[in-house]
Write a protein that binds this ligand. Structure first.
Ligand code: EPZ
Length: 430
C-alpha cells in the first residue's frame, strides 16, 4: 500500500492550476452512453485520477471505445453492446450507479449491483429508484443484483425527498429520451448539475433550469456527439485554498470559477483568512485564523460537505473554539479520530464536532479513510511539527491528480513511498 511521508512546518508558496471537476466528469462520462450516433464525444479538462480510469473501464465493459491522453478524452458509443456492469466494477465507486439512467434510456434495460464508494455513511439509492420507477422503469432485486427494464420511459413530475446530487443527475440522464415532458422538483443545484445540463444540451437534449430548484426536460428521440470542456474542480480548489491558510503560506489558485467557492471563502474570511478574488483566480495570503461559531455542511450553495474535513484541520489550529455540523452524511468524521492522533482537540458527538483550537499539531502515523479525509490529513501533516505518514493514499488518488507533486511544487516536503514496511520507508527518504 502506498504512503505519503510528510515533513512538517512547510509553508506553501506559489501557484497551482486547478484541473477539471471529478464530480462533473463522472456523470458526463456516463451520459456519453446516450450518444446513438457514430460520432465521437470529445471531453477536455479531464483530470488523470483513479475514478476516471474506473469509469473508463465501466464504459469499455459496455462496449464503448474510450481514448484518454493528456487530460483529453474521446468516447465512441456506436458499438455499445452490453447493459450489465460487473459487481467488481460496481463496487469500485459509487458513481457507477450513474449508468442506470442512461442505460435504461438508451437500451431499455440495465443490470447492476449496489455501488461501492467512500465509507462516509450508508449511501442509499432509494431516491434514484423512486425517480426511475416514476419514469416507468420496473426495478427488481435478486441475489444482490438489481435488474431494471423499461420498454420505454415516459415523462413524469417527480419531487425529490432530498436534493440528491446523484439522483438528480441519474434522472436527468433517464428523462432526456423519455416520451413527453419531465419536471424534477427539489433537485440539487451544484455547479456540476449545470455542467451536465450544458453537456446533454450539446448532445441535442432539451433541458432547462439546472442550478435552480426545478429542472424541466422535454424528451427527444435520440442524442448525438459533441465536444465539451468540463468545469474546474471547486473541491480540489478549496483543498488548496485551505492548505494555504493552514500552512501560513501564499497560494494563487488559477483556472477556477471563484463564485463556485463563495460559501467556502465567506466561512474562511469569517475565520480570519486573507483571500483576494479575481475573475478566474483566488489568492490566499498569510492569515491569523480564529475559531468560528459553526460550520454547517449543506447542499449547494451552502458549505460543501466535501470540504468539511480540510476545514476541520484549519479550525484545529485556530485561536479559539469552533463547531462543525455535518448535515449531509451520517458518518463523515473518521478523520477527526486520525487528527486526534496528531494531538488535535476534537470531540465528536453524532453529527457534531466540537473543536478547541490549539497552537500546534504533532506529526503521527495516520490513515486516509476517504479521499477528502485523506487530503485533510496531508494538509495537517504539512502544518504539524515533525514527520507524518499518511497510509492508504489510494483513497486520495481517486480525486486528486498527483497531489504530492503539486504540493512539492509549492514547497511542501512530501514524498510518495511504494508499499514497503515502516523502518525501510524511513530510510527510503533519509
Ligand atoms: C455526490 O455524491 C458527490 N459524488 C459527493 O462527493 C458529495 O459529497 C455529495 O454528492 C454531496 O454533495 C459525486 O458527485 C460522484 P447525494 P452523492 O446523493 O450523489 C442521501 C467526493 O468526495 N441519499 O447528494 O452520492 C445520502 O445518503 C464525493 O467527491 C439518500 O438518502 O450524494 C446522503 O446523506 C463524496 N438516498 C445525501 O442524500 C438516495 O437515493 C446526499 O447524497 C441518494 C442520496
Amino acid at each position: 500500500m502506498e504512503r505519503f511521508i510528510i515533513e512538517g512546518r512547510s509553508n506553501l508558496q506559489g501557484s497551482v492550476f486547478i484541473k477539471g471537476a471529478k464530480n462533473s466528469m463522472l456523470p458526463i462520462m456516463a451520459a456519453s452512453v446516450l450518444n446513438s450516433s457514430d460520432g465521437d464525444i470529445k471531453l477536455f479538462n479531464i483530470p488523470d485520477i483513479v475514478d476516471m480510469h474506473v469509469m473508463k473501464r465501466i464504459l469499455e465493459s459496455l462496449g464503448l471505445k474510450v481514448i484518454y491522453s493528456q487530460n483529453t478524452m474521446s468516447i465512441n458509443s456506436g458499438k455499445m453492446d452490453n447493459y450489465a456492469i460487473s459487481d467488481e466494477l460496481m463496487r469500485e465507486m459509487r458513481s457507477s450507479i450513474f449508468l442506470m439512467g442512461p442505460l435504461l434510456a438508451r437500451l431499455g434495460k440495465v443490470k447492476v449491483t449496489y455501488p461501492g464508494g467512500c465509507s462516509i455513511g450508508p449511501r442509499p439509492i432509494d431516491l434514484h429508484f423512486k425517480g426511475l420507477e416514476a419514469l416507468g422503469a420496473e426495478i427488481r432485486e435478486e441475489n444482490g443484483f438489481i435488474f431494471a427494464r423499461a420498454p420505454y420511459l415516459k415523462g413524469a413530475e417527480i419531487h425529490l425527498d432530498f436534493p440528491s446530487v446523484g439522483a438528480t443527475e441519474n434522472l436527468m440522464m433517464a428523462a432526456v429520451l423519455a416520451k413527453g415532458k419531465t419536471v424534477l422538483h427539489n433537485v440539487a443545484k451544484e455547479p456540476e448539475i449545470i455542467d451536465l445540463q450544458n453537456f446533454l444540451n450539446g448532445m441535442g437534449a432539451i433541458i432547462r433550469g439546472a442550478g435552480t430548484e426545478t429542472i424541466r426536460i422535454t424528451g427527444v428521440d435520440g442524442l448525438g456527439s459533441c465536444s465539451y470542456r468540463i468545469i474546474p474542480d471547486r473541491i480540489v480548489a478549496g483543498t488548496f485554498l485551505i492548505a494555504g491558510a493552514v500552512t501560513g503560506g501564499e497560494i494563487l489558485l488559477q483556472g477556477i470559477i471563484p463564485s463556485h467557492l463563495d460559501a467556502v471563502v465567506a466561512k474562511m474570511r469569517e475565520a480570519g483568512a486573507n483571500i483576494e478574488t479575481s475573475e478566474d483566480s483566488l489568492l490566499i495570503r498569510k492569515s491569523k485564523i480564529k475559531g468560528v461559531e459553526t460550520v454547517y455542511t449543506l447542499p449547494y450553495p451552502g458549505f460543501p460537505t466535501d470540504l468539511q474535513a480540510p476545514m476541520m484541520v484549519l479550525l484545529t489550529l485556530a485561536g479559539g473554539n469552533s463547531t462543525i455540523v455535518e448535515s449531509i452524511f451520517e458518518a463523515r468524521f473518521k478523520h477527526a479520530f486520525e487528527l486526534q492522533r496528531m494531538k488535535a482537540q476534537i470531540h465528536v458527538e453524532g453529527r457534531k464536532a466540537f473543536i478547541r483550537g490549539t497552537d500546534k499539531l504533532l506529526g503521527a502515523e495516520v490513515a486516509a479513510t476517504d479521499l477528502r479525509a485523506g487530503a485533510a490529513l496531508v494538509i495537517a501533516g504539512l502544518a504539524a511539527e515533525g514527520r507524518t505518514i499518511v497510509h492508504d493514499v489510494r483513497h486520495i488518488d481517486r480525486g486528486y491528480e498527483n497531489l504530492e507533486i503539486e504540493l512539492q511544487k509549492l514547497g511542501g516536503k512530501i514524498s510518495r513511498v511504494k508499499g514497503i514496511h515502516g523502518q525501510q520507508q524511513k530510510a527510503a527518504i533519509g
